[in-house]
Design a protein around this ligand. Structure first.
Ligand SMILES: Nc1nc2c(ncn2[C@@H]2O[C@H](COP(=O)(O)OP(=O)(O)OP(=O)(O)O)[C@@H](O)[C@H]2O)c(=O)[nH]1
Ligand SMILES: [Mg+2]
Length: 202
């Protein structure tokens, strides 16, 4: 699929601030600093769409990006950042769980973003449990593949598959916001997640 148009629509902390209407939503989940906002900018070819920070914890709200005028990519706040207060951590998990539970009818799929270099964290495991609990079809993206040698990539992908107990047949897309490796695969996965909606194949 081609992304012809990508617009920032809303930044929300509570359901009343979510966009109105019933367009399908694809959710991005991943720990703080893994590259969720960079992923949005890379697939939309727009370096200025989502705010990218050098410090973790940049995205603290739920951000809705309308793609081709017909579906949303939803950038959720990054989790697992050690240096925030317990209060903030609770606010974060509450805001994610409220989003998942209240928008379940809109959500057509999720992508979990993991850092290809590291073992997935307990928060990644928790998120993956939530996604399974809500029955949300999930794809995996291994970010920052540019940071590894070619020979290490497969080994790390296997490690992530094993740690996360990713089912056979579920792909992990090696991705780099730096080199744009994986962009086409990600766009294909998005198209697949949107399923029979022919309208989206602009
Ligand atoms: N080398 C490399 N750096 C990346 C990649 N993706 C993101 N980064 C860098 O990682 C840092 C964090 O990226 P963000 O896109 O802001 O991460 P995020 O997941 O949105 O972070 P929060 O908003 O804090 O949850 C930035 O310095 C990015 O430039 C990648 O694929 N390769
Ligand atoms: Mg972000």
């Amino acid at each position: 699929m081609e992304i012809k148009k990508a617009e920032f629509i809303a930044s929300a902390v509570m359901p009343s601030q979510y966009p109105k209407g019933n367009m399908p939503e694809l959710v991005l989940l991943g720990r703080s600093n893994v590259g969720k906002s960079s992923f949005v900018n890379t697939i939309t070819n727009n370096r200025k769409l989502a705010f990218i920070g050098s410090k973790p914890g940049k995205t603290r709200t739920i951000n809705f990006y309308l793609i081709n005028g017909c579906f949303y990519i939803v950038d959720l706040p990054g989790y697992g950042y050690a240096k925030v207060s317990v209060q903030e951590k609770n606010r974060w998990s509450e805001s994610i769980e409220t989003y998942l539970s209240s928008r379940i009818d809109n959500i057509v799929g999720a992508f979990m973003l993991l850092d290809i270099r590291h073992k997935p964290s307990e928060y990644d495991q928790l998120m993956w449990r939530w996604l399974r609990y809500y029955g949300i079809s999930t794809g995996f993206v291994a970010m920052k593949v540019d940071k590894l040698n070619k020979s290490q990539v497969q080994e790390h992908l296997n490690m992530i598959k094993k740690e996360m107990e990713i089912p056979q047949g579920t792909d992990i897309i090696p991705f780099s916001a730096l080199t744009k490796q994986g962009r086409n695969d990600a766009l294909m996965a998005i198209e697949e997640a949107l399923g029979g909606y022919d309208d989206f194949k602009v």
